[in-house]
Design a protein around this ligand. Structure first.
Ligand SMILES: [Zn+2]
Length: 280
């Protein structure tokens, strides 16, 4: 199905913001990532939009995201009041968390799960408005280029006094954009071009010697076999997160993608059939 501004938010809860403008004065060409400067918990998407239904400072956003959900507050064909001078041609995501997060905090379980959801949402929006998956510099943003950026890029580009610095200096742009590319590839059925080096060091996959049995891996498993699984999934460009040896939701999602592409049972569990397909 073709993704359009009319169906981009289909299936998502909607809590209409108090302040926004009906319609668009310009075509959307920029997707903007914000941090909402909130704690990290699974009620924040709901909470951010609930606040936008009553806040007096006229701020609103299109989508609020936490580690398990997305809640919309302004429709794609309407203009949210999130990012000052670029509101007319931008679409906005408010993420649970803070611009002050360090690299480790952006890679923790909450942020990893949340960024996986944001990557899916951004891929869909990119397809909707034909926006290239690339990080815009402030200069490119100001020059009229199309792509993805943070609130901070608007602050710098337009020299906004007291402007915002979100999503912060440690937001994992490279890893995130690769994740968006992988999601876009799933939507279009094309192979994801990986255009930058992954953030995590690439661990070479050991040549496969015939080993009779592999342990069954599923959500909650950890250890060397999970590391091996993550490395294999990474070489297949299905897994963009760190090789941490922990089978969490992101690993499970990658396993499901692999099972889908291998046309085997899609259960997110790595048993004998999935191991065989992975190692063949
Ligand atoms: Zn912001």
């Amino acid at each position: 199905m073709k993704i359009t501004p009319q169906n981009l938010q289909d299936g998502l809860p909607f809590a209409e913001s108090l302040h926004f403008r009906k319609g668009r004065k310009e075509k959307v060409r920029v997707l903007v990532i914000h941090t909402a400067e909130t704690p990290e918990n699974n009620k924040m998407a709901e909470s951010i939009q609930s606040y936008c239904q009553r806040r007096k400072d006229t701020v609103s956003c299109h989508e609020a995201v936490d580690n398990d959900s997305v809640v919309c507050g302004v429709r794609p064909f309407d203009t949210a009041w999130t990012t000052g001078s670029i509101n007319n041609f931008s679409y906005s995501y408010e993420l649970a968390g803070r611009a002050s997060q360090n690299k480790e905090q952006w890679a923790d379980e909450f942020s990893t799960a949340m960024l996986a959801i944001v990557a899916k949402r951004v891929a869909k929006a990119a397809l909707c408005w034909n926006i290239p998956i690339r990080k815009l510099t402030p200069a490119e943003l100001k020059a009229g280029a199309s792509g993805i950026c943070g609130h901070v890029d608007q602050t710098v580009a337009y020299e906004v006094k007291g402007g915002h610095s979100d999503p912060g200096p440690n937001f994992p742009w490279e890893k995130f954009l690769n994740h968006v590319r992988a999601e876009l590839a799933l939507l279009t059925g094309e192979t994801a071009p990986i255009v930058v080096e992954p953030v995590a060091p690439v661990v070479p996959v050991a040549p496969v010697v015939a080993k009779p049995t592999k342990p069954v891996l599923k959500r909650g498993t950890s250890g060397a076999a999970v590391k091996e699984l993550q490395q294999i999934l990474q070489t297949k460009k299905l897994y963009m997160s760190g090789i941490d040896g922990y089978f969490g939701p992101v690993t499970e999602q990658a396993v499901r993608r692999f099972q889908t592409s291998a046309k085997i049972v899609i259960d997110g569990i790595v048993g004998p059939q999935t191991w065989k397909a992975l190692l063949s």
